[in-house]
Design a protein around this ligand. Structure first.
Ligand code: HEM
Length: 467
């Protein structure tokens, strides 16, 4: 056939005027005159073969060319493939791709096997040799299933008002396992090992060096909640973030914020009074935890964003939704790649994340565009001032970029909100159940502040309150 004839021609290297028949899609043949044969065959792999080599040898060693293949050697079409050549090329490329995929799959499977099976078992054995035990490791979930079950049971438990035995309710797994396996035990958060230590001296040692205290790899929802802020960054990055953020938390800066804190608190009290008046002497039950969550949200928005309070509040509400998502999925088993799938939770997370980032970005950009000497007295402004390179001389590497500032804002929101609101709620609860302490504290506050709104100097005199 034409291909064999053509091969024969190339083997001899002779000049040919014999036509190659090409067929169009209707099956009609079209004659073409072959021009002079060049001295080389250019194959699609860019390997130039000297045509003077015996063709048999060429064909036996070549990865693509086969004896019944039509070689296109014409001068003008050296890069264009004939039908069979193209097919062979595709087959070859397919083989290469499949081989690479297979290689990738095998290496991924090997690493997965090591991370999911070999490492947990080896670590369990190694710790057991040192006398550290814990709940058995289960594939994928680690100890998460047990933790979830214990949490569900603990939620149903009702504590006596005067009981201080909170660990079984708040952290049931710590409570159960520490009594079962001793003060130091090992458990598994998915495939992540967690070593629980209760000895303060040991904790001091661990926390005193970066190398000992590796922060956990955050779960995807926690990462979008906190960003790579102070709580999650490590090593030199942590040092850099810390140096930028610290000036915002000096005592004089905090003192300057007490006025806003007092205003927010007074506005909350006014709300309570209005509710009681509305009840016309019947008394009113007020849920303290909700009140304190609103109060701390107001305080953190005012102190962090000052003039941009309204936008800050929008960011805060989106963050709250993110937080809910992070908490409800905290003990979920994470399958690899699941965070990239468009599940309902992921779609929601992406949308909230976009809102938070977009709004924070616009607040920051507005301040950057303002060209004023200071970016403001709120946390954001103080942080941006600390990153300034134009006025205070060179800051070297001690700056944060826009994304890092955004992540620090997220961190403040999270770190400063729930912590303080729960502290206040718990304090109220304890004061409610210990009226004698209410009396002692009230007496001290009235002695130092009278009926005035406390300022920073007065606060520093409240020894019993601090205690
Ligand atoms: C009752 C109130 C609070 C408690 C009990 C509390 C507790 C803690 C704890 C235990 C840590 C260490 C976490 C760790 O390293 O894994 C921490 C870190 C942190 N907290 Fe608080 N916190 C409170 C209030 C706040 C407030 C109001 C803010 C900011 C507005 C804040 C911002 C931070 C930041 C930025 C870190 C990370 C510090 C670093 O790694 O350098 N916290 N907090």
């Amino acid at each position: 056939t034409s291909s064999r004839r053509f091969l024969r021609l190339t083997q001899t290297g002779a000049h040919t005027s014999k036509p190659c028949i090409r067929r169009d899609k209707h099956g009609r043949g079209r004659r073409r005159q072959w021009p002079r044969i060049p001295s080389t065959i250019c194959c699609p792999l860019q390997i130039i073969h000297d045509i003077s080599r015996p063709l048999d040898q060429l064909l036996s060693t070549h990865p693509v060319l086969k004896p019944n293949m039509m070689l296109c050697v014409c001068k003008h079409h050296t890069h264009r493939l004939c039908g069979r050549q193209r097919q062979a090329m595709m087959e070859y490329a397919g083989k290469v791709v499949w081989s690479l995929l297979a290689l990738g799959l095998v290496s991924w499977a090997w690493r997965a096997l090591a991370a999911l099976l070999w490492r947990p078992l080896a670590l369990t054995r190694r710790f057991a040799k040192q006398g550290v035990r814990g709940p058995a490791y289960t594939l994928f979930s680690g100890s998460l299933k047990e933790i979830r079950a214990m949490n569900t049971a603990a939620r149903k438990m009702v504590l006596d008002v005067h009981s201080h035995d909170t660990p079984p309710k708040v952290l049931p797994h710590y409570h159960t396992w520490s009594s079962q396996y001793g003060e130091t035990f090992l458990y598994w958060f998915g495939k992540q090992p967690r070593l629980c230590i209760s000895n303060p001296e040991m904790a001091k040692q661990v926390l005193s060096k970066f190398v000992f205290y590796k922060k956990e790899t955050p779960r995807p929802f926690l990462l979008s909640l906190l960003g790579k802020g102070l709580v999650l960054v490590e090593g030199l990055d942590w040092v850099r973030h810390r140096r930028v953020v610290s000036p915002a938390f000096t005592m004089d800066k905090l003192k300057a914020m007490t006025k806003q804190m007092a205003e927010c608190t007074i506005s909350m009290f006014d709300g309570w009074r209005d509710q009681v008046i509305h009840e016309q002497g019947q008394g009113k039950e007020i849920e303290m935890s909700i009140q304190f969550q609103e109060l701390t949200a107001n305080v953190i928005c005012r102190t962090a964003f000052g003039s941009s309070y309204a936008e800050g509040m929008e960011v805060f509400l989106a963050q709250k939704d993110l937080q809910l998502l992070a908490f409800t999925t905290a003990f979920d088993i994470i399958l690899p790649g699941r965070q990239y799938l468009p599940t309902r939770a992921n779609l929601r997370k992406w949308r909230l994340d976009r809102t938070v980032r977009g709004k924070l970005k616009s607040i920051i950009q507005r301040r950057l565009d303002s060209n004023s000497s200071s970016y403001g007295n709120d946390l954001l402004g103080l942080m941006m001032d600390a990153c300034r390179t134009d006025s205070g001389g060179s800051q070297g590497n001690l700056t944060l970029n826009m994304d890092e500032i955004i992540d620090e804002c997220k961190t403040f929101f999270f770190a400063g909100h729930e912590t303080t609101s729960h502290l206040l709620t718990w304090t109220m609860f304890l004061l409610g159940s210990n009226p004698q302490w209410q009396e002692r504290l009230r007496e001290e506050v009235l002695r130092e502040c009278g009926m005035q709104v406390p300022d920073a100097d007065m606060l520093s005199k409240l020894k019993l309150v601090w205690y």
